[in-house]
Ligand binder design. Sequence first.
Ligand SMILES: Nc1ncnc2c1ncn2[C@@H]1O[C@H](COP(=O)(O)OP(=O)(O)O)[C@@H](O)[C@H]1O
Ligand SMILES: [Mg+2]
Length: 301
Amino acid sequence: MWEQSARYVRRKPNESIMENTEVVAPVVHTVAVMNKLEQQVAQDVNVAFSLRNVAVAFNGRTAVRDVTFDVVRNKVTSLIGPSGSGKTTLLRALNRMHDLTPGAVVSGDVLLDGVDIFSGAISPTELRSRVGMVFQRANPFPTMSIYDNVVSGRRLNGERNKALLDELTEESLRGAALWDEVKDRLKAPATSLSGGQQQRLCIARALAMKPEVLLMDEPTSALDPVATLKIEELMDSLREHYTIVIVTHNMQQAARISDNCAFLLMGDDRAGELIEFATTEKIFNNPADARTLEYTLGRFG
Ligand SMILES: Nc1ncnc2c1ncn2[C@@H]1O[C@H](COP(=O)(O)OP(=O)(O)O)[C@@H](O)[C@H]1O
Ligand SMILES: [Mg+2]
């Protein structure tokens, strides 16, 4: 992993301009050329995560491979595919959550804002404060109050200023569309909340770290339809400030909430691989691969 990282040469912000300048030289830059260059730079800025040939293996057995796509900033990207196709495994790689799994090896490049997350330029702690995670089952700290759950990460990082923590609690709970329901009982145990509220509390807890990206692994799979709808509406508003990557096995949900979709499928050797990455519109209406169509039509998986 380290060797691989060492091979990766970070691109300087204006390097692509320089390369392209050489290509168009010696012609004097026309307005059209300049616009094109600006667009290319703008595109890079719009990418939160860049995945290049990412693969994850456990004890020598490949769980997912051949994953190359960009996660666009302030958009919702869905990872879809049948059970076992490597969606969770891929999502967890973006946060270096496999670091602690013996026998797990992540290969390929995962760049966050153009920086290799395995290069040592970002510590795992910094990475996880910039990239929050919400799990399949709501997992509030059961012995803590609603308030203490929200600020737990900040306190762990040494924040003791009560006014600031109060402010952060309100802001995060509002961001997670939970404030109005809990503002009068912030000291009540987190476990006194319903399942859907607990999941929104976990989202608030992630938001309190002020992340750039939120990773969500089937965040509504344990919730009833009303609570699911609340979370879907919430995601729509979160997109304004955050970049979201969500795993879902619910095709309607992917179609409703996401801008882009990555479709994974198990190969003959049962390793998951990326079949297609495209806009949600294209994945559902005009996919390039016949297997994508079969899957979104519900013919398998
Ligand atoms: N910690 C682990 N150790 C060994 N194998 C794992 C581990 N986590 C996931 N896998 C394997 O990776 C493959 C993909 O699993 P997963 O990412 O959970 O799929 P999905 O989320 O698409 O259902 C499965 O074959 C699973 O058994
Ligand atoms: Mg999964």
